[in-house]
Design a protein around this ligand. Sequence first.
Ligand SMILES: NC(=O)c1ccc[n+]([C@@H]2O[C@H](COP(=O)([O-])OP(=O)(O)OC[C@H]3O[C@@H](n4cnc5c(N)ncnc54)[C@H](OP(=O)(O)O)[C@@H]3O)[C@@H](O)[C@H]2O)c1
Length: 381
Amino acid sequence: MIRLAVLGSTGSIGTQTLEVVGKFPDEIEVVALLAKRASEKLLDQVLRHRPSIVVTYEKPSQEWLSSLPEGTEYMFGDEGLREAISLADRVMNAVSGIHGIKPAYYALKEKKTLLASNKESIVCLGGLVRENRERIIPVDSEHNALFQLLEGVRREDIRFLYLTASGGPFRNWSIEEMKKATPEDALKHPNWNMGAKITIDSATLMNKGFEMLEAMNLFDVELSRIKVVIHPQSVVHGVLELKDGSFFLHAGKTDMRIPIMHTLFYPERKEYPFGRVDLTSLSPVEFEPVDEEKFRSLYLARWAGEMRGVYIPVLVGADEEAVSLFLEGRIGFLDIVDLIEKVLSSVNIPDPENLEGILEAIEWARRKVREIYEKECAEIR
Ligand SMILES: NC(=O)c1ccc[n+]([C@@H]2O[C@H](COP(=O)([O-])OP(=O)(O)OC[C@H]3O[C@@H](n4cnc5c(N)ncnc54)[C@H](OP(=O)(O)O)[C@@H]3O)[C@@H](O)[C@H]2O)c1
């Protein structure tokens, strides 16, 4: 029996994880659930899966607490997070954004198998990730594909790893049109249904920027060998080009339950329980280069990745805050990447040496975004 903790259980990945788990009741035991809020959805999940512990980061009401079933203990915040991790063999980290960094950190420190969905943590915890590679199974469809493609491949035989990108909702928009894009436009992802933060990152392509840094940390491949290619259909998730001219492609339906199931049981393979996919339904398959002038986020991510040190958490923190400002309707779509660039070019803080340093660099970048925003707004007024 696999003992599983699902962190971020109420989100898109968390919900799909529990959907897969529900198909294998005799093989996986959900020992812990964690979310931000003590919501009805979380309570429903607790009643269905009966974990030993449920954790939230916002205090629940008395009524919510008294609805918990016998055998499920409630714990608050980081203390609960650490207890949840200690009970599990495998930890699904599906907490969104920068809040997913501590869960990944504690899971790796505790030597648990990390099913890594949250990308900010894999991007920021480079050293720890590299030391614990054999304990991390990536959930993100692109990295999950590359993880599978790379099994048994010698690093010296690799020419390039390709991360496929749908191109997001603005692939065919002009820069002038993108200037006027609203949160509603940006939240309409063509192929995937995901949380708000990652959907906006997909529209700016910063999501692919983070994915390049993730791939660098996860697979021991230098950044110059990691490329992004537009693939509008999102059925090929990763491509491996070897030095002898061979290309290996990993394809599958646009369904996160496939990589999720892979990580839950790896190295075992299970029958996909949601209906077989016919190969012809995966066509056509097209690839195009990315317009990097339109999507400057890729350049910024590569630059931060080459600079390393403090620049990576600063990139992540600045993106988190700029995306919030855009979702609040305070800045335009193209201002997201402009603000990140301004913050990256004003870095004057030291490289972080530990988790606290990484979190401080993120907070510094978030404050800097707000500062630049307030200043520019004041100038316009
Ligand atoms: N969705 C996808 O298809 C996809 C694909 C690849 C990678 N990812 C990555 O997977 C992660 C999760 O994405 P998602 O789309 O599932 O996000 P989501 O739908 O927004 O869900 C986020 C989850 O994290 C919890 N959470 C948010 N803030 C928290 C905090 N401060 N403390 C503790 N828990 C908190 C939420 O709890 P509440 O519900 O209580 O707010 C929710 O359970 C992200 O890092 C994303 O980049 C997602």
